[in-house]
Design a protein around this ligand. Structure first.
Ligand code: ADP
Length: 444
């Protein structure tokens, strides 16, 4: 498709460019040569004139652009600031499919070398190329969604619109990154699917038990009691799941607002240890608190910190062997690295993972709670998945312990709200230690 406005001469272009003057002059010289010098010189002059015409066309292609509302032609240089102002990558493509302008976001993301190269050299998605054709040929605007998987998986929505360019058409492409939105949507959908699945399992057991009670076990008092006990277990499991799910969604609601209250970390841990004694006793596990006498003030919400310690101690009791001891340690420490060294690196052969790490900040000191048991420990390959909703090591190993798989996720979100850290060290055959740390409150 030719750029008719280029051929239209002075009235359309405003001024004839120097290479065109050169072409005219050479054509005249060629005629003179033909008459007075030689045919070879005339041919050479004609070739030079053609080169000048070609150069003129090329220079016009990249310097002449659409008519403004006032009727003048605007140079591409004048359009560039508009593209540059867009936060998303943007390209302007001429009628032959070449990139004639772009903004910094596009150059950074698409890594192309020079204007003038074809769009197809940097982007081959057929739907986008079809939409560009439609914009250039029919003046149709379209939006195309596509995925790329070069280094990371990325979802993009590309808006393609025709732009009047003199008598011709160009196409403007704006690329909007959708990766974050799509992955949030996927997470939400996965979460709903997982939650329904988790609730459906005890519900199915309950339905089966009711059917058995109403049928074969109806007249047998011993069976009836046994089935009622089993129903109680399943109903408890559903209640715990619902409680944990609600708790998690409440925590997430204000996760972006860090707490501004002060709480005593020693007091919180002591309260949990005192109230959990009965449950620990049933399992023949002793819970020992190792903490300073004086209160330890941290920036935090007392109720949520108690929920954190409670979940960690509950787990430790659940996985500790009968007759063993669970140790709950509370102490003040220094900055982020000092806490991790003090509370997270005690066993030489343990696997370790930071489930949550706060941003490094100068002059920030933390207080920590470390909950240690001497249970079976967690295999290294499962450590990265701790804190993931519904993840349970036992389920992976086919040996359910009846947990919800939400306890550590709750801890993670509460500590995230507190802008604190959460890590674990665990060694199979030795035990596990989970630790959380939050910022110490200033004195006074
Ligand atoms: P659950 O309700 O299943 O305990 P959590 O989110 O609290 O859910 O824990 C997730 C999984 O992490 C547990 O199912 C268990 O496999 C593992 N886990 C947590 N704490 C311990 C621990 N102290 N010792 C061994 N495994 C643990």
């Amino acid at each position: 498709m030719a750029f008719e406005h280029i051929a239209a001469g002075r009235s359309r272009l405003g001024k004839i460019p120097p290479p065109a003057w050169g072409a005219g002059a050479m054509a005249a010289l060629a005629l003179a040569c033909a008459f007075f010098v030689s045919a070879t010189a005339a041919i050479l002059m004609v070739v030079a004139a053609c080169a000048c015409v070609w150069a003129a066309r090329e220079s016009q292609r990249y310097t002449i652009s659409p008519r403004s509302q006032q009727g003048e032609y605007v140079g591409l240089a004048d359009l560039a600031p508009l593209l540059e102002a867009l936060p998303d990558p943007a390209l302007l493509i001429d009628s032959e499919g070449r990139i004639v302008s772009s903004n910094a976001a596009a150059r950074r993301q698409m890594r192309f070398e020079a204007h003038g190269q074809f769009l197809t050299s940097i982007l081959r998605h057929p739907d986008v190329l079809d939409a560009v054709q439609a914009a250039l040929r029919e003046g149709a605007a379209r939006a195309v969604e596509y995925e790329t998987t070069t280094q990371v998986e990325r979802s993009t929505r590309c808006y393609i619109a025709p732009v009047a360019w003199g008598a011709d058409r160009a196409a403007m492409l704006v690329f909007h990154d959708q990766t974050a939105r799509i992955s949030t949507e996927r997470m939400r959908a996965d979460f709903l699917a997982n939650a329904s699945h988790e609730l459906r399992t005890p519900l199915a057991s309950l339905t089966l038990l009711i059917e058995t009670l109403a049928g074969p076990a109806r007249d047998n008092p011993a069976d009836r009691d046994r089935f009622l006990g089993m129903m109680q277990v399943q109903a408890d499991r559903m209640r715990r799941l619902i409680d944990d799910l609600l708790s998690l969604s409440r925590i997430e609601l204000d996760e972006h607002v860090p707490p501004s209250d002060r709480a005593d970390l020693v007091g919180v841990a002591r309260e949990v240890v005192d109230t959990i004694g009965a449950v620990a006793g049933e399992r023949n596990v002793r819970v020992r608190l190792l903490a300073p006498e004086a209160p330890l003030a941290v920036v935090g919400e007392r109720f949520q910190l108690a929920q954190v310690v409670q979940n960690l101690v509950d787990n430790a009791i659940k996985y500790a062997p009968p007759g063993s001891e669970v140790l709950v340690e509370v102490a003040a420490s220094g900055d982020r690295d000092e806490v991790m060294a003090a509370a997270g690196r005690r066993w030489d052969e343990a696997g370790r993972i930071a489930i949550l790490t706060p941003e490094a900040a100068a002059n920030r000191s933390y207080g920590y709670v470390r909950v240690e048991d001497s249970g079976a420990g967690i295999s290294r390959r499962f450590l990265p998945r701790l804190g993931e909703r519904f993840f349970r090591v036992e389920r992976e190993l086919g040996a359910e312990k009846g947990g919800t798989g939400l306890g550590l996720a709750i801890v993670k979100h509460i500590i995230n709200r507190h802008r604190g850290g959460f890590f674990v060290e665990s060694q199979t055959g030795k035990g596990s230690a989970f630790a959380v740390y939050v910022e110490l409150a200033e004195e006074g």
